[in-house]
Design a protein. Structure first.
Length: 136
């Protein structure tokens, strides 16, 4: 048995195929999906979706959204997504360092818009870097 996984961003289809297992970064923690999983809808956080295809783990950086599981079909609708294999690790590391620096400059501010933007940028950069490490 297998799952059908579709990862859709507003501008493109990021993944459309079969999978043995999917791990979703929900807003309440990681959720593992196997064939026969109960139907559900969940909000997704910025993070890394892991997908097992032919015994190999692949990663997709997600920028938040929703996932629906229904009869072995997993549909993921996100604000943005990028295959880990399409991300250059050195560029992602540099982006994360810049985001951390930006965040440290506004860290003392209590829930200012600048702090929230910096934190979100740092989370996106971290997810992109994590997605470059498919098997980790």
């Amino acid at each position: 048995m297998s799952l059908t996984l579709r990862v859709l961003a507003p501008d493109k289809s990021v993944f459309d195929g079969t999978a043995e297992e999917v791990i979703l970064p929900s807003t309440t923690g990681l959720i593992g999906i196997l064939p026969g999983h109960i139907s559900m809808v969940t909000a997704l956080d910025i993070g890394v979706l892991r997908v097992l295809v032919d015994g190999n783990w692949n990663s997709i950086a997600l920028m938040g959204g929703f996932a629906e599981v229904e009869a072995d079909d997993v549909t993921v609708l996100v604000n943005g997504a990028e295959l880990g294999t399409n991300i250059v690790a050195s560029e992602a590391e540099k982006e994360l360092e810049q985001a951390k620096t930006e965040f440290s400059q506004v860290e003392g501010q209590s829930s200012s818009p600048a702090k929230l933007k910096a934190e979100q940028r740092m989370n996106r950069a971290r997810a992109r870097l994590q997605a470059t490490k498919a098997g980790d």
